[in-house]
Design a protein around this ligand. Sequence first.
Ligand SMILES: [Zn+2]
Length: 488
Amino acid sequence: MKVEDKVMDLAKRRGFVWGPSPNIYHGGLKGFYDWGPLGKLLKNKVENVLRHGFTSFSFWEVECPTIMPKKVWEASGHLEGFSDPISKCLKCDSYFRVDSVINEKYPDLDVEGLNTEKLREIVDKKKIKCQCGGDLGSIENFDMMMKTKIGMDQEAYLRPETATTTYLLYPEYFRFFRTKLPFGVFQIGKAYRNEISPRQSVFRTREFTQAEAQLFILKDQEKKYEKINDYADEVLPLIKHDSKSIKRVKLKDIVKEKYMKKEAYAYMVYVAYKLYKDMGFDEKKIRIIQHSPDKLAFYADDAWDIEINTDRYGWIELCGVHDRKDYDLKRHAEYSKTKMQVSGETPRILEIAMGVERTTYALLENSLVEDKEREWLDFDKGMAPIDVAIFPLMKKEGMDDLAKEVFIDLDKEFICNYDDSGSIGRRYRRMDEIGTSFCITVDHDSVKNGDVTVREIATMSQVRVKVSELKSVFRELLNGDLKFERIK
Ligand SMILES: [Zn+2]
């Protein structure tokens, strides 16, 4: 089995990802997935890193409704411009995203953003057909917004991104942050896109979780941005739009060497990159790549994506960092007739947009390790779905009682699991397969001496630790302050 198939097999079998959902009804709907118990724990860990990470960089979390009236989406530009080129097979009636169909046959052909006439030319010239051999019918732009109704008749849409809903609170933020810019906010929540033929499992779904952060800033604050001085020597792996290779550039040199135009923007790219490193992604598997200027939205000044290398899909975008200038607040000020200016100037928005499910899946895939003895998940400490598993050697002679006590105590602080069935070897294997960082075994001596065996997943080595010290030892092990081999 190929690595990527192994990951999907593991994800289904051990309860990370199930679907398409709802599976019991005709095999489910394309583009919808369920996160099972372990997948949900892992996704929570990812969201925790993002939440604590953004907060540590002084962004404040908000939560907005996921449904907004039509007017909002007119103002944002989504109703007008948020669509995919679609065509129907004249023989079997299947619908396709034309750009994806072209790219499946010609992966190197750059068709993103081409209009319907240009796509028609390519389809005709390259004789691109449906899998059934049928011809593709007319190519039309299909609106990707999910429509709904509020009350009896008010037209509304499910948000296709969290960002727009976050912008609308600008007047409230301005008061909350005591009328001083720049300030940062973020939101983690669901968004919806009516993808026509979603194929890449959890990478392209119709309902998904985004984590998006915005820095509201004035024009003369962008160029020089003091906060980068705290991270001046941090190195970022950058690929310019006209280059093919990664250049490792220090944050303090990014503007000087003309990779980016504004220090505040470079800072946002660094924040996003730092969060991916904090989740435990291997530096060699991360790159930050610039959008080609002719592919930028008309209002955007610059855009770079964070990509992770996966076995299943190659380099895949997990995060975009966008310089949106003053487009959003200008539009919403105009459509809502609300003043959103600071001494005559409309604030600008620098934005980080992350896909949480994509990130979670990439982390799962990147963590799979096979060696001679076993197949296991090598998560960074603190990132595993389960931090500590607790096993009584046998369900008798006080071992189970002590193990339950240990479980109840540790579970207050860490994600724990109690398992008393099967041989110890089998229990270890079950935990290795899902990446549980540490296992505790309570044996005869534990009952007598008050200590237990702690085993680390990566090395499979074991040490005895006093029950009374378990909490403080795990606290340090899981935040990386203590190495396992240093425990005495
Ligand atoms: Zn067909």
